[in-house]
Design a protein around this ligand. Sequence first.
Ligand SMILES: *[C@@H]1O[C@H](CO)[C@@H](O)[C@H](O)[C@H]1NC(C)=O
Ligand SMILES: *[C@@H]1O[C@H](CO)[C@@H](O)[C@H](O)[C@H]1NC(C)=O
Length: 259
Amino acid sequence: MSSANSPVIVLVPGAFGTPAGFDKLLPYLKAAGLSTHPGPYPSCNPSDPTTATCSNDIVALRDDVLLPLLRQGKDVIILAHSYGGVVAGGAAKDLDKQTRGAQGQTSSVIGLIYVAGNITLENESLFEAVGGSYPPFIKVDKPSKGFALIEPAMDVLYNDCDRALAPELEKHMNPHALMAFETKAGAPAWADAGFDGRRAYVRTIVDCCNPVGIQDSWIGKSKVKWDVVDFKTGHMPFISQPQTLATQIVKFVDSFTAI
Ligand SMILES: *[C@@H]1O[C@H](CO)[C@@H](O)[C@H](O)[C@H]1NC(C)=O
Ligand SMILES: *[C@@H]1O[C@H](CO)[C@@H](O)[C@H](O)[C@H]1NC(C)=O
């Protein structure tokens, strides 16, 4: 696994979070010989929330993270959480092995792993994909106009985590620009045949933020096949069950590198 051309896992956080939220997972991935790379995007805590569109997120992840890694000849596997699934789906468009191979390129995005990933269809905003209204725990225009926060974080995001960790976990919550949720994503990469056999979805079945019924409806409306694995966790399995999740990620990586 640790050969020069073993894939890099790009860590794309959900809204309100940064790649540092995946830190508990890293020692286990490292022990398995996998390297990782942060995959941030600008709508998390920007200086100006009125320009923080979903398409800016997609362009930033693609141009600043994915393409540079591919240019170095590295294959990439994307691990995307929650809203990160919307960003990653757009950013990986046409970076699959089939499309890149046809262009004479040897490196590509060889797999997509969504963890409780929010899924939007082509030209659909996340706000539309969640039914045109925000759930009560998304506090609109907090801490200031154009931003949102999730409250209460321990109940919504960390319901299966040790309550004693609350002060540490609550520090991971950043204001997120609402505009990112309300502007349209482009065409998602996962819809393409180039990702057949290369899509995985971790269903978090006691998730209070993305209830499992909504995860199911998104997987269904994607109309493509995902390798779905259930985790009996809340929204943040990389915090509550990092070792088990890392073991599962290694299995997904092995299956993506085998084809
Ligand atoms: C999405 O929008 C673009 C640009 O307006 C358009 O060309 C494309 O056909 C749309 N796709 C779908 C599935 O509606
Ligand atoms: C993701 O979807 C869930 C379920 O509909 C929703 O509660 C949550 O607000 C969405 N995420 C964002 C960032 O809007």
